[in-house]
Design a protein around this ligand. Structure first.
Ligand code: PLP
Length: 479
């Protein structure tokens, strides 16, 4: 075995891989969305130690097809409706492949001029499409969790600049809704905000943060000597996609000098549509906002965009006063060193795949797919409303529908299991107002109206067969 892959060998293997990808994207609809595997099954089938001698690409590729693919949950399946559905779109995959080939690490402008500047350009385009102000500085992170963690570190620097020197800070309190994503709590914990100081503001009947409750909590904490420092409303919460009233929340945050970070990881991209612009009302006054192109903007995982109105504070929070000798660069006016705004020194060329996606589809193409998803969600919700066996469990502001079978939690959990066990679709669940509900989240670029329609028929068949089973008839949803 030669120690290096020659260009000719690479070419042959790459053609094979690209053929496989094209076939996969064409045929993925026929695969079971969820694999029928038990925990440990791959570990048991693979050698417990790595190979002493290199192996031919044929053998590696065969095992990829025979062992890895059958153990994969197909997030790129058009009937993947769990969590928030995402897309590894064609142009996004190509951008990812080329980024791997360049293997750039643009920690400094000099170490990756094009990667640094493309990150600024793509985030500038996206910022305009979302209607965010021109002075918002954008940086790419891997996930919304990392973006939010950076926002909270900047918020800490903003309200307690002395902490940088002393390592000490007052009892900083962060406010987010009881429906915020768990990443907000985790990010705060990792920034040294104690669990007791992460306040979950109650929501209204439609799962939106209550500004009156937020204001009361802040007053209470101030009265007890604590230091409120950050408020995190969500545009598109994880359980139901509800939208917190960012304008009102922002006014309260500003009146107390708090940092406002908006988590628009899932729903933010909908602001690309003129008729959905309003969802980011109030975001222009935010100190930071996160939007995830790897959720609903057809860009392969991972790519999260963090914007801030205060890049100077972000930089103070995440850079050293004096760069180590090995990172010193000439001070060129337009040369941004992105590692000065992020915890990680190294950064991969993520903007390339975003650039491919934004250029290939254009704003109109992206808007067209999103409208298809939004319409399909409304149609599905109407079917739920028309069927006396089911009920909607939350409003449907975007492409996520929360619903339940009119029965016990146990029946709903069993129904979800029956649907997912067919392999024909994958939905997830959550708990709302103390009751278990099913979630159908539309977001994959290949999902058609027919996919949603077929899934609705599958859900009905599964509900019928659950009922029949209770009545003693053993019919299966596949019948
Ligand atoms: N914020 C919201 C509203 C989410 O729904 C999610 C994940 O679904 C996250 C943040 C975390 O995203 P990531 O996986 O990119 O950290």
């Amino acid at each position: 075995m030669p120690s290096e892959m020659t260009p000719d060998e690479f070419r042959a293997a790459a053609h094979q891989a690209v053929d496989w990808i094209a076939d996969y994207l064409r045929d993925v609809r026929e695969l079971p969305v969820l694999p029928q595997v038990a925990p440990g099954s791959l570990v048991d089938r693979l050698p417990s130690a790595g190979p002493e001698q290199g192996e031919p690409m044929e053998a590696i590729f065969k095992d990829f097809r025979d062992l890895i693919v059958p153990g994969t949950t197909h997030w790129n399946h058009p009937r993947f409706f769990a969590y928030f559905a995402i897309s590894g779109s064609g142009p996004g995959i190509l951008g990812e492949m080329l980024a791997a080939a360049l293997n750039v690490n643009h920690m400094l402008w000099k170490s990756g001029p094009a990667a640094t500047e493309l990150e600024q350009v793509t985030l500038g385009w996206l910022r305009q499409w979302l209607g965010l102000p021109e002075d918002f500085f954008g940086i790419i992170h891997d996930t919304a969790t990392t973006s939010t963690h950076h926002a909270i570190l900047a918020a800490r620097e903003f309200v307690s600049p002395a902490t940088r020197r002393t390592g000490e800070f007052p009892a900083l309190v962060l406010y987010t809704s009881e429906h915020a994503n768990s990443s907000v709590d985790k990010s705060a914990l990792a920034a040294g905000v104690g669990l007791a100081n992460i306040r979950h503001v109650p929501t209204d009947l439609d799962f939106r943060m209550r500004p009156d409750a937020l204001a009361a909590m802040i007053e209470e904490d101030l009265a007890s000597g604590k230091k409120p420092f950050c408020v995190v409303p969500t545009v598109g919460t994880t359980s139901t996609s509800s939208v917190d009233p960012v304008l009102q929340i922002g006014a309260i945050a500003r009146s107390h000098g708090l940092w406002l970070h908006v988590d628009a990881a899932y729903a933010g991209p909908a602001a690309v549509l003129e008729e959905y612009r309003h969802i980011l009302d109030g975001a222009a006054q935010a100190d930071s906002i996160v939007v995830n192109p790897h959720k609903w903007l057809f860009t392969p995982v991972d790519l999260s965009a963090l914007y801030t109105r205060r890049p100077d504070v972000m930089r103070r929070a995440l850079s050293l006063e004096e760069a180590p000798a090995y990172l010193k660069t000439d001070d060129l006016a337009r040369a941004v060193n992105l590692s000065e705004y992020s915890l990680a020194l190294g950064r991969r060329f993520r903007s390339l795949k975003l650039w491919f996606v934004l250029r290939y589809y254009g704003r109109e193409g992206i808007a067209r797919v999103m409208r298809r998803h939004l319409d399909a969600a409304q149609d599905f919700a109407h079917e739920i409303e028309k069927d006396p066996r089911f009920e909607l469990a939350a409003p449907v502001p975007f492409s996520l529908v929360c619903f339940r079978y009119r029965g016990s939690d146990q029946e709903n959990r069993e129904l979800l299991e029956r649907i997912n066990a067919t392999g024909r679709a994958f939905l997830s669940g959550t708990v709302l107002h103390g009751r278990f509900v099913l979630r159908l989240a539309i977001g994959n670029i290949a999902t058609t109206t027919e996919d949603v329609w077929e899934t609705w028929e599958l859900i009905q068949r599964c509900a019928n067969s659950s009922r029949a089973r209770e009545g003693g008839d053993g019919s299966s949803p596949e019948d």
